[in-house]
Design a protein. Structure first.
Length: 476
């Protein structure tokens, strides 16, 4: 729906991977679907010096590489590119930010009235604080002025204390109502469907508890190696990169109680409670791994420590399986396994709800307890494994699968997570963003083990790239 409002999006870190491959393609898709207002501008800012034309050329190449061909109408692409601007400067220079601010004011003069401005921090975590400081000092932001807001990318800090410190810096500049802490997994269709599946279907609630469920696994695998991302990844590791945020958010949606309404505050309150009930994990609850050379997706892959971007001898974990416990009436005694790894056999994300055995089984034929598998990606869907009689003589049982796929069920393209979340932030809807309290709880769960891993006091088992991770993981 095109509106007469005026919007300006400013991407800090505009020369980077996220900005070019996800954010700008998502903004283009929103533009083609008519979701952006009539008057909008997108301005990029980064240290790399280049002209606006050069930046538009780079954006165009990335649109061509990252967007479905049917959406790439030349006239739309040309119009979209006209709304894009680029500024260069340092992240810690107030003077450079003053120039950016002046440049934006000039762009905004073309609009019938002052636009709302959304700043997107698409930068490495090490520059979050200088950027927020520069934004404040150059006078671009006024605390409490809701016509200016900010999206902050993950990882938000690297442990509990740094997350609190970063929040303090944010709090000096923005009011909480102006801050959007993003976790793009919350914008994925299959994740958004979790609450619908649980709370809009009668059959799940009675069995969604410790009496019927044996274990829950959230599994995230990628068949890609670290490549050039070692500079960031070696300081983070897989727990900070994926488990503390994406997987924990999934766990919260699986474990939470029903909110009193589908309103941002009610949902956040229930998610907070669920995350707060998760016990701190210890190294005894973890199996960690690091890949050595192997074959991923048919291609030979060098070992993690052989990557140019990774320091020699690094002990950083590229795989982790963590057993979490939730201390509440619904989940006490049910293990939740969070498992994630780079350079594994395939790229998938799924949630496995393993039900208990039927008590007092009367059939002699072996069969397995029920299992519900929610597939998040690459092909979103829901599979339910039930036991059936094999047709014919005798009583032979077999596990069969009820299979729903989004492709067959809806036959329409799945909107991208960033598309959805950027639009929500533009429209001021915080339902799918993370609040501070929840974020701090999520760091508290992992900070004790992260400190031990960072100081080299954890066992990290080796696994060959292209396998399922270290053998020790199956023993947890
Ligand atoms: P990049 O490594 O591509 O960095 C983004 C930009 O920041 C670069 O183009 C560079 O621009 C600048 N930059 C890079 N390193 C430094 C440094 N050490 N000091 C100062 N500036 C630097 O990161 P991504 O775009 O991949 O990610 C940006 C943020 O988004 C990160 O917080 C990441 O965790 C998060 N994220 C990324 C995802 C992705 O798919 N890429 C997915 C989810 C979250 P220049 O040198 O021109 O200033
Ligand atoms: C990012 C991580 O947050 O999520 C990356 O930094 C990871 O390491 C990516 O590859 C995965 O996102 P998606 O949407 O491709 O599953």
């Amino acid at each position: 729906m095109i509106t007469n409002e005026n919007r300006s999006v400013v991407i800090l870190g505009a020369s980077g991977n996220l900005a070019l491959t996800k954010l700008l393609p998502s903004l283009y898709t929103l533009y083609t679907s008519g979701a952006l207002p009539q008057n909008f501008a997108i301005s990029g800012y980064a240290r790399t010096e280049m002209s606006v034309d050069k930046y538009r050329e780079i954006v165009k190449t990335n649109l061509l590489n990252n967007i479905e061909e049917t959406l790439l109408v030349d006239s739309f692409v040309q119009e979209f590119l006209k709304s894009i601007y680029y500024f260069s400067g340092s992240y810690d220079s107030v003077d450079d930010f003053t120039n950016l601010h002046a440049g934006l004011e000039k762009i905004h003069e073309k609009f019938p009235c002052k636009p709302t401005v959304l700043y997107y921090l698409s930068i490495p975590p090490s520059v979050f604080e200088p950027v927020i400081h520069s934004l404040r000092e150059c006078g671009a932001i006024e605390k409490g002025d809701t016509s200016k807001s900010v999206i902050v990318e993950k990882p938000f800090g690297y442990d509990t204390e740094s997350a609190k410190a970063l929040n303090k810096t944010l709090d000096q500049t923005f009011d909480e109502s102006q801050i959007y802490r993003i976790d793009h997994y919350l914008g994925k269709e299959a994740i958004m469907n979790l609450m619908v599946m649980r709370f809009a279907n009668l059959i799940f609630e009675p069995v969604w508890n410790r009496n019927y469920i044996d274990s829950i696994t959230v599994s995230w695998e990628e068949d890609k190696n670290i490549g050039s991302r070692g500079g960031y990844f070696d300081k983070a590791g897989i727990i900070r990169d994926v488990i503390q945020n994406h997987l924990l958010q999934i766990l919260a949606l699986v474990a939470m109680e029903k909110p009193s309404s589908y309103e941002s505050d009610s949902i956040m309150a229930e998610k907070n409670k669920a995350v707060k009930s998760i016990q701190q994990v210890t190294l005894d609850d973890c199996v960690l791994g690091q890949y050595i050379s192997g074959v991923c997706g048919g291609k030979p892959v060098i070992g993690y420590t052989d990557e140019d971007s990774v320091p020699d001898g690094s002990n950083r974990e590229t795989f982790a399986k963590i057993k979490c416990a939730i201390n509440n009436t619904r989940w006490s005694g049910v293990p939740f396994y969070l498992q994630a790894g780079k350079a594994l056999t395939k790229s998938t994300t799924e949630i496995i709800i393993q039900f208990k055995e039927v008590p007092g089984d009367i059939f002699k034929s072996p069969h397995h307890p029920n299992k519900l598998v929610i597939e998040v990606q690459p092909d979103a869907g829901i599979k339910f494994f039930i036991t059936n009689k094999v047709p014919g003589k005798g009583m032979v049982l077999k596990d069969v699968k009820l299979d729903f796929s989004y492709d067959d069920g809806f036959n329409k393209a799945m909107p991208g997570a960033y598309e959805r979340l950027i639009l929500d932030a533009i429209q001021g809807d915080k339902t799918l963003f993370i609040n501070y309290e929840e974020l701090i709880h999520s760091w508290e769960i992992f900070t004790p083990i992260l400190e031990k891993i960072d100081s080299g006091n954890a066992n990290v088992f080796k696994y060959h790239a292209g396998t399922n991770g270290p053998d020790e993981a199956s023993e947890l």
